[in-house]
Design a protein around this ligand. Structure first.
Ligand SMILES: [Zn+2]
Length: 242
């Protein structure tokens, strides 16, 4: 079975053909909520499709506009097996006070992840060292989604017990290819971040494109596709108790 550990199929981009997209290939999709409305949609999708798992979180990009939704999002985590999308984003958020706030909120989600033993799937854009400092004080299973840092930092994340998940953009991103070559398959997961991060620019990404990532991983790791697919599935099962 293919695993998409991070997608946003609740978005309007899938309103016309969501049913078809979800059922198109043999895949398990983790749908990440980014705010209150999408968390609720994510939970609905889990009810509707048996191959969708809801993740609930609060996207760090919304720290300014939607901060009043945080409490409710924190509460909704009790209905989900996975916590996401949460994290740190210094690319869009430049102000020190809001960056601090992002860290405070992420800490609250990590606390829940530790207490309820739920994996946390994390967005980090800029601020990786702040994330590493924070995560060191929690005993929590975690994934860095669409990791875009250095090989050295990828290894640091693995040392802390984390996984790195790879979107189809891998096909056109040399830096991510280098990371994949340099870390053990044991710590790799696949995702799409649909509708974003596709293998080609300007096209809508979709969960079944995990297939393309698997093919690329097979090439980079010099293994066959079936082995890679099975290994990723096993990794995912270690992360989440289904
Ligand atoms: Zn995302």
């Amino acid at each position: 079975m293919l695993i998409d550990v991070h997608a946003h199929i609740d978005t309007k981009e899938f309103d016309k053909d969501r049913d078809e997209i979800v059922r198109k290939c043999n895949i398990l999709i983790v749908n990440a909520g980014v705010d209150l409305e999408s968390n609720l949609k994510s939970l609905d999708l889990e009810k509707k499709y048996n191959n969708v798992i809801a993740a609930v979180g609060f996207h760090p990009e919304f720290i300014k506009d939607k901060i009043n939704e945080v409490e409710k999002c924190l509460q909704l985590t009790k209905n989900a097996k996975i916590i996401s999308e949460v994290g740190i984003d210094y690319y869009w958020i430049k102000e020190e006070e809001y960056r601090k706030k992002q860290i405070e909120i992420l800490a609250k989600f990590l606390e829940i992840g530790e207490k309820d033993q739920k994996p946390v799937i994390i967005h980090v854009r800029g601020g990786l060292s702040d994330l590493i400092n924070l995560i060191e004080s929690f005993k929590v299973k975690f994934v860095i989604h669409a990791f875009e840092g250095s090989i050295k930092n990828a290894k640091k994340i693995i040392d802390l017990g984390g996984y790195i998940s790879v979107p189809p953009i891998l096909l056109r991103d040399k830096q991510r290819q280098e990371i994949v070559k340099n870390i053990d398959l044991e710590y790799i997961l696949t995702e799409t971040d649909s509708p974003f991060m596709a293998h080609e620019k300007m096209i809508r990404n979709e969960p079944c494109n995990v297939k393309l990532t698997i093919e690329k991983l097979a090439e980079l790791k010099k293994m066959n596709k079936e082995e890679i697919e099975k290994k990723i599935e096993d990794n995912f099962k270690k992360l989440v108790h289904l």
